[in-house]
Unconditional design. Structure first.
Length: 63
């Protein structure tokens, strides 16, 4: 559970903005989406390899 302490004289909008930022950084939504469907470990590894290959190609194009 994410806890945000509202500071003295702080507006509720500011506190809400801090809460949203903290929520995004924790990655709750990302984790929920990941758990929604199961992906085999071999498929995950293949995806990582393809992603790394793509990044390498992009780096070569820029350099």
């Amino acid at each position: 559970m994410i806890i945000i302490n509202v500071k003295e004289g702080e507006s509720i909008d500011r506190a809400l903005k801090r809460y949203k930022r903290k929520h995004r950084n924790v990655g709750v939504i990302k984790e929920l989406r990941k758990r929604k469907q199961f992906t085999k470990p071999s498929v995950e590894r293949r995806h990582e390899v393809l992603k790394a290959r793509y990044k390498l190609e992009k780096q070569r194009d820029l350099g």
